[in-house]
Design a protein around this ligand. Structure first.
Ligand code: AMP
Ligand code: MG
Length: 279
C-alpha cells in the first residue's frame, strides 16, 4: 500500500483527528506477519541513506511529534537502526533554556538542521512552539498564531537549500496512552521515562488535539508534508514511517557520484604496488 497517499495531510485541507483510527494496521494483522515487510523497508533505508551520504546533494529532515508515550523515541530508534551513524543526528527539543528563550523560537532549531549528505531527526521540534506553548498559554495568541507562517517560511528556506522534509504526527488513542503509562509504572526498565507532567498533560488532551489539527492544516505543504501515523501498533508505525521515508528518498533519483580520481591511473598504481608486494 502507498502509505504516502493514504496518510498524508493534503495541503490546505482541514483535518479531524477523530475521523482517523489510531489502531489502523494495514493489511497485516500482527507484528510477526509484518516482519518481512519491515525488514524490506529497513534494507531500502540503508541503501538510500548510503546514497544520500555519498552524493551529498540532498539533506533529509525527519520531524517527529506526538503526545507523551506516542512513540517518538521508539521511532527514532527504528529508523536509525537502518542508517550509518556517521551520516545521522538526532536532536531532542526540551523546555528551552534561558539563552534559547532569549532568542526567537527558530534560533535553537536552525543550528540543528542537517547539512547536505546528512539525515537529521527531530524528536519534538519547532512545532512545540505552536503546541505546548499554545495549550499552556506560554506566549499570547498574537505571538503563536503568527508562527505557522514563520514555520512555513523557515521550511521553504531549508527546502530551497536541498533539504527534504518529512513530518510525522504519531497518533495514539487516550486508552493506548494510559496502557503505556501502566507499562512504564510496572517495568523497571521503563520507569525512568515517567514524568511528573504525564498526567497533568493528559488532562489537556482536547486542547492538544485542537492544536495538532491546526498545525497539520496550516503547515502541511507540498514541499514539507505532514503525515498522520496511526501509532497504537508500534510495528505498524515503524512500517509506515520507514516506507514513507524510503519512497520519498527514492523519488529524489539520487545517483552514486562519479569517482573524483582517474581510475586508469589508480589501477596502474595498484598493479605496480601489487607487483612490488609479491616480490
Ligand atoms: P520529553 O520529550 O518527554 O523529554 O519532554 C520534553 C518536554 O519539553 C515536553 O514536555 C515538551 O512539551 C517540552 N518542550 C519542548 N519544546 C518546548 C518549547 N518550545 N516550549 C516549552 N516546552 C517545550
Ligand atoms: Mg515525556
Amino acid at each position: 500500500m502507498d502509505y504516502r497517499k493514504k496518510l498524508i495531510v493534503e495541503p490546505g485541507t482541514k483535518i479531524k483527528l477523530r475521523d482517523i483510527d489510531p489502531a489502523f494496521h494495514g493489511k497485516h494483522a500482527t507484528h510477526e506477519a509484518a516482519l518481512t515487510d519491515l525488514q524490506k523497508e529497513v534494507a531500502r533505508l540503508t541503501q538510500l541513506q548510503y546514497l544520500l551520504y555519498a552524493e551529498k546533494k540532498h539533506a533529509l529532515l525527519i520531524v517527529l511529534q506526538g503526545i507523551d508515550a506516542a512513540g517518538k523515541d521508539g521511532t527514532c530508534w527504528h529508523v536509525l537502526t537502518a542508517m550509518n551513524p556517521q551520516g545521522t543526528t538526532v536532536t531532542g527539543f526540551k523546555q528551552p533554556s534561558e539563552e534559547e528563550r532569549a532568542h526567537d523560537f527558530l534560533w535553537r532549531i536552525n543550528r540543528h538542521t542537517p547539512a547536505l549528505g546528512q539525515v537529521g531527526v527531530f524528536n519534538r521540534s519547532h512545532y512545540e512552539d505552536v503546541l505546548v506553548v499554545r495549550v499552556h498559554k506560554l506566549v499570547p495568541r498574537e505571538v503563536w498564531s503568527r508562527r505557522y507562517t514563520q514555520i512555513n517560511d523557515f521550511e521553504t528556506r531549508l527546502v530551497d537549500h536541498g533539504t527534504t522534509i518529512i513530518k510525522f504526527f504519531l497518533y495514539i488513542s487516550p486508552e493506548e496512552q494510559l496502557e503505556r503509562f501502566r507499562q512504564r509504572l510496572e517495568d523497571p526498565h521503563r520507569q525512568w521515562k515517567i514524568s511528573d507532567a504525564d498526567y497533568k498533560e493528559r488532562a489537556y488532551w482536547d486542547q492538544y488535539i485542537a492544536a495538532y489539527e491546526d498545525m497539520l492544516q496550516k503547515c502541511s505543504t507540498s514541499y514539507a508534508p505532514w503525515y498522520v501515523i496511526p501509532s497504537n501498533h508500534k510495528w505498524f508505525r515503524n512500517l509506515a514511517v520507514s516506507r514513507i521515508i524510503a519512497d520519498t528518498l527514492e523519488d529524489l533519483g539520487m545517483k552514486m557520484p562519479k569517482p573524483t580520481v582517474d581510475l586508469e591511473t589508480i589501477r596502474q598504481q595498484y598493479h605496480a604496488a601489487a607487483t612490488t608486494a609479491s616480490i
